[in-house]
Design a protein around this ligand. Sequence first.
Ligand SMILES: *Cc1c(COP(=O)(O)O)cnc(C)c1O
Length: 427
Amino acid sequence: MFPRKPIKKRLVYLDHAATTPVDLAVKKAMDPYFCEHYANPSGLYASSREVNYALNDARRKVAGILQALPDNIIFTGGGSESDNLAIFGAAHKQSKHGKPFGSAQGKHIITTKIEHHAVLLPMEQLQKEGFEVTFLAVDEQGRVTAEQIKKALRPDTILISIMYANNEIGTIEPIAEIGREILKWRKQNNTVYPFFHTDACQAAGALDLNVEKLHVDLMTLNGSKIYGPKGVGILFKRRGVEIKPLVLGGGQEMRLRSGTENVPGIVGTAKALDNAQKNSKKENLRLRKLRDYFWQEIQNKIKKVRLNGPELGDETVRLPNNLNVSILDVEGEALLLYLDEYGIMCSTGSACTSQSLEPSHVLTACGLPYEYAHGSLRFTLGKSTIKQDIDYVMKYLPGIVERLREVSPVNLTCDPKKNLHPKYHQR
Ligand SMILES: *Cc1c(COP(=O)(O)O)cnc(C)c1O
């Protein structure tokens, strides 16, 4: 029913929430630290001191953007590692020999049901170790409230981890408000606990990262979502917040993350973060306009569609580049693969081909029925996206949907033999 080998007239990358290309200016900033300035920053000779200077310059730059101190900045091997370091680090600092302290102290943690797996899985691991974790429910738009946090707080709560912006549906959580609630609780109870961590990987390109305004104690960022290199993470850790390292060794990064520093990656990530924050205001506006146009076009040209996540009108509740839609009576993965044949890249919350057969935990937590979750597509726009890209997608998407709806009425039992693109059977 489809051309065997469609001609890829265009490559349209609409998966910027998965990762971004490295910006040319970032690549240029990294370049000298591969072959030229390669010395180990811990060495004592001049070449090492020079590299160490570049490393600490990057640290100062990041600290400046976050309104933090340079020694609050720990460079890691990515967003997942920073999340793990913050969560295991804070929890295990509270435990003796891997076991939580006595029943009254230090075994309760609060998070949400829609966190990235780099947060959810450490939480599940901590549960196995004896910690008690409250996974807060979210509303239809994926929001948690400061009021919910207030209600969930207990005298033995040691850690709260709430994502700044969601990677699937773009929901922005009220981090500053939650932070204020936690501050109030600490004051009333005369305690330094709970620590407040936020995963800000998706927020870094669009939102304010001032840790003083946000009232966070720990914040995770990474390079790969902001046109920086992959495999580089940042963990902001406020002074006085004690965590246990995951990686032991040479004692780099204030003894919290051993291992020879990824100097080119760190230099590139600092540069990328600086660029992202400088351009965000203008770029947010541009992306929002494009995204809103895209959604309008989808509504005009495809029947039975639904917007997932927050309404588009309010810029304070949804990331500007995120469009997550459900197209009823089609399988998200089938759509994805047919779009790929036209050079269009996006992602889906459907999971009919994965082992679990479970659709996205985020869409499910928002109360989206199965049949909608299975037809979900996530488009995330970026720096290179222009109106012609959206028009190109809209030239093919309606036809693909129509034909898929004709040939194979949706199969809600998720039988992988039905309904899918032939590519899947080759695996
Ligand atoms: C991408 C992402 C991560 C993981 O970051 P990596 O650098 O790929 O390890 C964690 N949290 C969120 C919200 C993300 O979007």
